[in-house]
Design a protein around this ligand. Structure first.
Ligand code: H79
Length: 461
């Protein structure tokens, strides 16, 4: 009955036809009756922000991609899976996890100077280890490591102090929970695996455990987003996801929750299926950018800067600053957010190549941030040949990737009249432009101002 009620409540929230029947029921939790205006208000800081820092930090930073001499091109935080490490052996990494160089102020500074507006950190990844001082399990950083401190407390306080939103990642898949086991040929039953099973009766117990941890995370650290993952287990259903969504929103009504809380997401493409309403506030493409945005759909692409989320000491396949900045622009032009990952070391340091790249993004954002923050998707019907576009009421920002050799930039029509054009960095100097039936042609300087992306502002009416 409880599950059914929850379903009805969530359906109501998400605007399904069940809503009207349920509205009069006294069982409806008033905090969940949400109009479009209320939802827009709840989502507004997130839509404005456009750019956040993902932090994958956990025990996997100790082996850092190598176990008993074995390396892999797989992701570092999955080492318990690909190196087939039994629980009892993996636990030993806790004894070696002592991030004495962790500096919350410095981490937040790095994010802030990059132009990021929020931080999402792993509270617990698939390995089940809590990176905060959980009272529910002693498999946590305070009780199980020589560090004996809660870095998350400092990070949460520092993020708020420096004006960034603080958010949590939480994995539904848990390789350490006693009732969970691996049932796959040739695999250790207590190692990591893509899928786990739960012993009879284990699910209720585990859901209770997750809820207690989530209550700690919300009441102690007051996160702005809960970013679930590992939801693809056979034992996790959409009804479970809706119930968990409801639970978290009850603890904090204005929190934002990703679509991996339930079973709506379509694989790594990440947007929610549309055959029914699914729990979750935004889609989660992983390591990719959708070909197009979808009007009215909130989404966030998460990506790594090299090829791993959790630290691997030998992964040196770094994306260039140009690729990273253009990804940010590409995503904004399609109406999405960019959640860009760092994988700190077991000593507590964000790797230097990441810091350098973030500084380059910050340098670009300092000059061009107005073309990203608070913008909405491109208004053009097709993707621009020379780059990308974002918009604000009465304004269009053109991001030029490929500078025209003759300095003449042909911009297709989109139904608005251009009244003024200038480079974002030199607003006092207007650019000449000619109108024609199929758009406008702008007269640009001979050379690109910024070879990564020069921004032109068009004022329109
Ligand atoms: O935390 C990082 C990774 O450890 C985690 N997500 C990011 C944010 C991650 N989990 N899994 N993977 C990455 C790759 C696994 C993909 C698959 Fe599936 C799981 C393939 C099949 C099951 C997801 C669900 C994609 C298709 C169905």
């Amino acid at each position: 009955m409880r599950t059914l009620n929850t379903l009805l409540i969530v359906s109501f929230l998400l605007g399904s036809p069940l809503a009207t029947q349920q509205q009069a029921s006294p069982q409806v939790n008033a905090t969940f009756i949400e109009t479009k205006a209320q939802r827009d208000r709840r989502m507004s800081w997130w839509r404005e922000a456009r750019f956040g820092m993902f932090i994958h930090w956990g025990l996997y930073a100790v082996p850092a991609g190598e176990y008993n001499g074995k390396r892999s091109d797989r992701i570092g935080e999955w080492i318990m899976e690909w190196a087939d490490i039994p629980r009892a052996d993996y636990e030993k990494f806790a004894g070696q996890f002592n991030p004495v160089k962790f500096d919350a102020k410095e981490w937040v500074r790095i994010a802030k100077d990059a132009g990021m507006k929020y931080i999402v950190i792993t509270s617990k990844h698939h390995d089940g280890f809590a990176m905060y001082g959980s009272k529910v399990s002693n498999y946590n950083i305070v009780d199980a490591t020589p560090y004996r401190r809660d870095p998350i407390r400092e990070l949460a306080a520092e993020a708020k102090k420096q004006g960034l939103k603080f958010c949590f990642y939480y994995s539904i898949l848990d390789w350490h929970y006693p009732a969970a086991f691996v049932d796959a040929p040739g695999k250790n039953p207590t190692a990591g695996n893509r899928t786990t099973k739960l012993r009879p009766g284990g699910k209720d117990e585990y859901v209770k455990y997750m809820k207690e941890q989530l209550r700690e995370l919300i009441t102690i650290y007051d996160p702005a987003v809960l970013w679930f993952d590992g939801e693809w287990q056979d034992w996790w259903t959409e009804a479970d996801g809706q119930e968990l969504y409801h639970y978290v929103r009850t603890l904090k009504p204005d929190i934002i929750i990703n679509n991996r809380v339930g079973r709506g997401r379509q694989g790594m493409q990440g947007m929610s299926k549309t055959d029914q309403e699914y729990a979750g506030d935004f889609g989660t493409p992983e390591q990719q950018v959708p070909a197009n945005g979808l009007p009215g759909v909130d989404w966030e692409s998460c990506m790594t800067m090299n090829t791993t989320w959790g630290f691997k000491f030998y992964d040196d396949k770094w994306k260039s600053p140009e690729v990273i900045i253009r990804n940010l622009i590409d995503i904004a032009s399609k109406g999405g957010n960019y959640l860009l990952n760092v994988g700190p070391t077991a000593e507590g340091l964000i790797p230097a190549p990441s810091v350098e790249r973030l500084a380059a993004v910050g340098k670009w954002m300092k000059l061009n941030g107005a073309s990203i923050y608070g913008t909405t998707a491109s208004l053009f019907s097709t993707q621009l040949k020379f780059g990308r576009a974002t918009s604000k009421p009465g304004l269009v920002y053109l991001h030029i990737f490929d500078w025209p050799t003759d300095g003449a930039l042909r911009v297709p029509a989109w139904g608005k009249t251009v009244t003024k054009a200038y480079l974002l960095t030199t607003p006092a100097r207007s650019l000449k432009f000619n109108k024609s039936a199929d758009g406008v042609t702008l007269q640009l300087p001979a050379q690109a101002v910024d070879p990564i992306a020069t921004v032109v502002v068009l004022e329109t009416k």
